[in-house]
Design a protein around this ligand. Structure first.
Ligand SMILES: C[S@@+](CC[C@H](N)C(=O)[O-])C[C@H]1O[C@@H](n2cnc3c(N)ncnc32)[C@H](O)[C@@H]1O
Length: 280
């Protein structure tokens, strides 16, 4: 291994070590609202609602699968439109909070499954008219992300839809260029080699950030055709900031992707992808 490659390998190991595992997530259960970006709750431009409106659901028996459901805000907001719901999360205390926040009619039609998303496809099958996966595929570990993308695609019915939200590298750069942030050396301490791959520290953990172009390239490799990739704006407080006097966008944002799984005749085993691609 060359010197540069071995430094990069070491950096990746460090990034993976700071990854959020199940125990770390579960410790956030009681403080979820204060510490975790719950995009459905904070969505400044109602992007979730706009994208859900574009989903064509069967008249009857429509099924929602929420992968990494957190405290169940999406299920609570949109569950009424579905006949059946499966909500999955690997963190037991978070899942318990999700259940405790639902109305009786939603509880009646929802199965709450404590499991790793990577196993979801094998355990629940290809069942979803709409799969949602909001700010979950953020691990710095590319192999783990590959397993989650594969599982998400496999859970979604052919011609079915998926709504995916991921952190935006363009937004992170916009925020990091603000003078107020430039003064704060802590935010800029991530090695450039990791930043170039979209790996940035967010709320104390390394998280994969995606560019719009990278998403447009990655999604089809899993048989997911992008129908719309749009900004879901979050309040400045999510970045630990007050509204700055001048910035390139009104708010920081995540990428919200509405995708459709290719038709049954074209569904193949998801291909191994070549690389995460360069960040624009
Ligand atoms: C950032 S939170 C997002 C929660 C929710 N989707 C939302 O938008 O508020 C990530 C959630 O995914 C769960 N999670 C992360 N990786 C997971 C995995 N591999 N399997 C199952 N759940 C996972 C965490 O426990 C946490 O509840």
């Amino acid at each position: 291994m060359s010197g540069a490659a071995s430094i990069l390998a070491r950096l990746h190991k460090m990034a993976k070590a700071s990854n959020m595992n199940q125990a770390r997530w579960d410790r956030l259960a009681n403080a979820f609202e204060d510490t975790v970006c719950d995009i459905t709750a904070v969505d400044m431009n109602h992007q979730m609602r706009r994208l859900v409106r574009r989903v064509k659901l069967p008249r009857r028996e429509s099924r929602l699968v929420d992968l990494g459901c957190g405290i169940g805000t999406f299920v609570k907001e949109f569950g009424d439109s579905f006949a059946e719901i499966i909500a999955v999360d690997f963190a037991p205390h978070i899942l318990a909070r999700a259940k405790s926040r639902q109305s009786a009619p939603i509880l009646e039609k929802t199965r709450w499954l404590r499991m790793d998303l990577a196993q979801a496809a094998r355990k629940i099958g290809t069942v979803a008219d709409l799969t949602v996966c909001l700010n979950v595929i953020t691990s710095p570990d590319e192999k783990l992300r590959d397993r989650l993308w594969t599982s998400l695609a496999s859970v979604t019915l052919p011609n079915g839809f998926a709504l995916i939200v991921v952190p935006s590298i363009e937004s992170a750069k916009m925020v990091d260029e603000l003078p107020v942030v430039q003064k704060n050396s802590k935010r800029r301490s991530t090695p450039a080699a990791l930043v170039a791959q979209g790996l940035l520290n967010r709320a104390g953990a390394m998280q994969k950030h995606f560019s719009r172009g990278e998403l447009a390239r990655i999604l089809p490799t899993y048989g997911l055709t992008p129908r719309r990739i749009a900004r879901a704006y979050c309040p400045w407080s999510e970045e630990g900031l007050k509204k700055p006097r001048a910035s390139a966008a009104p708010y920081p944002w995540d990428w919200a992707c509405l995708v459709q799984r290719v038709a049954a005749s074209k569904v193949a085993a998801p291909r191994k992808k070549k690389s995460a691609g360069a960040v624009r």
